[in-house]
Design a protein around this ligand. Structure first.
Ligand SMILES: [Zn+2]
Length: 233
């Protein structure tokens, strides 16, 4: 049994959907049934969107989503991303942009976003809680796309209800995650377990350990990760 999900936890697609109480079929999910907002990202080579990790894992720049059914026989990658549907309702791009603009103009708190990342087929990592602080449109090739800025949530800025869900930790870049996964063979380095794995900082972030170097990251099962945390705390 895993308990509350923490940044760095490795989960299956099914576990991710169970965690969110929703079958997640798209990358952007504004206020699901439980009013939580969820983003699925993928920064692997060949991933369909150009998501970026910046500022040592503190900031994600997430690309908006394509118009799934453009008219005129164009492919979704050839046309502008849109903020509203033909009936005038907001697309996911529009919902996220409205939330970001509301925050920028001071009429609401930033939307809290739970971010998951696909590192391999069927293998997802929870990257933690982020705040949606900005949205804009920019040119990408011959078309216009949405971009969203997500900042790692700080405890002080987080609405009280979410504070207990937070464990402060910088996001581990995808390349580092993949290197660690390969090196450790997708198993706990202590017991070879293949389930309930966690990307563990050997020297914790709070004690100056880095997220940017595979040498400071290892795979641990939930049991060995908790044992280690008990020793450190
Ligand atoms: Zn273990």
């Amino acid at each position: 049994m895993r308990g509350a999900i923490r940044p760095g936890d490795v989960i299956s697609y099914f576990e991710m959907c169970a965690e969110e109480g929703s079958s997640l079929r798209r990358g952007m999910n504004y206020q699901l049934r439980r009013k939580t907002t969820v983003i699925l990202m993928s920064v692997r080579p060949g991933a369909p969107y150009k998501d970026r990790v910046e500022e040592n894992g503190r900031v994600l720049i997430y690309e908006g989503h394509d118009n799934p059914r453009p008219t005129g026989g164009m492919s979704p990658k050839e046309v502008d991303q849109v903020g509203s549907n033909p009936d005038g309702s907001a697309t996911q791009n529009g919902l996220f942009a409205n939330a970001a603009n509301g925050y920028k103009s001071g009429i609401r708190e930033p939307e809290v976003v739970r971010v998951y990342e696909k590192i391999k087929t069927g293998i997802w990592v929870y990257n933690g809680l982020f705040l949606l602080t900005n949205a804009w449109q920019e040119e990408s090739g011959s078309r216009s796309v949405f971009k969203f800025r997500l900042e790692l949530a700080n405890q002080e800025r987080l609405p009280a209800a979410s504070a207990t869900m937070l464990e402060q930790s910088r996001i581990i870049p995808t390349a580092v995650k993949l290197e660690v996964w390969r090196r450790d063979g997708g198993r706990c380095v202590m017991c070879n377990a293949k389930d309930n794995l966690h990307f563990d900082h050997i020297i914790p972030y709070s004690k100056g350990g880095t997220s940017m170097d595979a040498k400071n990251i290892q795979l641990l099962c939930v049991r060995h990760n908790l044992e280690k945390r008990d020793k450190i705390e």
